[in-house]
Design a protein around this ligand. Structure first.
Ligand code: NZQ
Ligand code: ZN
Length: 384
């Protein structure tokens, strides 16, 4: 096992009615920026519930953080936070709103151009504290320090990570997910599945506990994911999916083990250039990445196949093929397509994706740093 430090500062408030706990978690004399997305919370009643939970606090609203949160939009929220001396951000939504809140939190007291936080890893001081009310289980953003921001103007999707912007609390009420459209349910399950894979499907380092954590989350998602589509108002199904997605990327399962993240990095370019949903990009890239990296990942692919998908096959190459197919079939069962052509993206578009990877310095991806531009091209070509 590799050395590690582990701390997760987010207090999880899990279950029905837990939103009522929020007011007791706000700072004294709170001036709250209530940040949310395109308005789904106004249709499903969450907006009213949040307003009730915040009654008595000094609140300024910012509506309009879009999926794949836009830098320009977030800068508007930064200005509002500055003008109103906001001292707390409550993010209500999915990963985009929570990621957006982290960027706003970091940018408010940053003297230079906040884009540098994303492209140059510029250090920032005194970020605002954040609380999250999760409405879409997927990213784990509610209890990690990662933030991914899009900038259409330059066709870039860039990330930063700091525990200083990790939410201090997160409300996880499974009932808040009943109103999700099937597409977002699917996206969430696929994203969480791939988060586990990025931290598990590398090479063995004798970390059986991390392996079992990861396999437990994968098995839960494989079992419960399709049920969330079939019976959307089943509380237990929603609860199990929600907790799985949080556990998939709250830092725990990745401690002491190598991590890949190549699928995510290549996927981000598909969103930046072609606007595909985040999870859709992962479903396209992962099976091909497994195929291209099959020798390096051999032992863990075989373990995944046997323990998560119940594959019994003595011929190793056949077992690897069956495992890749099982992953692909799972994505298709979740109604997420796995090929570029399913989204009318031609092979000729691969050049642009490779150029973007190069421009962003993403030329040595994966747990061995061996996914160079040539390998990335091979992966995308296989996914055509
Ligand atoms: O904008 P609103 O009105 O809120 O609607 C959203 C949005 O249209 C809707 N939605 C959310 N909860 C709902 C709902 N609709 C009905 N009922 C509800 N309860 O769903 C749509 C998608 O929301 P979004 O927040 O974009 O989805 P997701 O949670 O999948 O977040 C994706 C973003 O997170 C980033 C991705 O790159 C992408 O930008 N990621 C963040 C990570 C992190 N912070 O650790 C890791 C991930 O790998 C990922 O990169
Ligand atoms: Zn993801």
């Amino acid at each position: 096992m590799l050395n590690f430090t582990f701390k997760n500062q987010t207090e999880i408030l899990f279950g029905k009615g837990q939103l009522s706990e929020v007011s007791s978690r706000l700072p004294k004399q709170a001036k709250v920026l209530f940040l949310y997305g395109g308005g789904s919370i106004k249709k499903n009643g969450i907006y009213d519930k949040v307003t009730t939970a915040l009654a008595g606090a000094d609140v300024i609203e910012f509506q309009g953080v879009e999926p794949n949160p836009e830098f320009e939009t977030l800068m508007k929220a930064v200005n509002i936070a500055r003008e109103n001396d906001v001292n707390f951000i409550l993010a209500v939504g999915g990963g985009s709103v929570i990621d957006g809140a982290k960027f706003v939190a970091a940018a408010v007291n940053f003297a230079g151009d906040p884009w540098d936080i994303l492209v140059k890893g510029a250090a920032f001081e005194n970020p605002l504290p954040i609380g999250a009310v999760l409405t879409l289980p997927a990213t784990g953003s509610e209890s990690n320090g990662n933030s991914v921001v899009n900038r259409k103007e330059t066709s870039q999707k860039r990330a930063f990570s700091s525990e200083t912007v990790q939410p201090v609390f997160a409300v996880l009420d499974p009932e808040f997910t009943y109103s999700l459209p099937p597409r977002q349910v699917s996206n969430g399950v696929v994203d969480a599945f791939v988060h586990v894979i990025e931290q598990y499907l590398t090479y063995p380092v004798n970390a059986p506990l991390q392996d079992r954590f990861a396999e437990g989350i994968l098995q839960t998602l494989v079992q419960e994911g399709p049920k969330a589509l079939a019976t959307p108002e089943d509380y237990d199904v929603r609860a199990n999916v929600m907790w799985s997605a949080t556990m998939a990327l709250n830092g725990l399962i990745g401690k002491g083990v190598p991590q890949d993240w190549g699928t995510h990095m290549i996927g981000h370019e598909l969103t930046a250039l072609h606007g595909l949903d985040h999870a859709v990009t992962l479903a396209i890239v992962l099976p091909s990445l497994m195929f291209v990296q099959r020798d390096k990942k051999q032992e863990k692919i075989l373990q995944l196949g046997e323990r998560v998908f119940g594959i019994q096959e003595n011929d190793k190459e056949k077992a690897i093929d069956l495992t890749i197919k099982a992953v692909q079939d799972f994505f298709e069962t979740m109604q997420v397509k796995t090929r570029l052509s399913d989204h009318n993206i031609e092979k000729s578009a691969i050049d642009g994706l490779i150029e973007n990877l190069e421009r962003n310095g993403l030329t040595a991806l994966g747990e061995h740093g061996d996914i160079d531009l040539a390998k990335a091209r091979e992966i995308l070509t296989l996914a055509a």
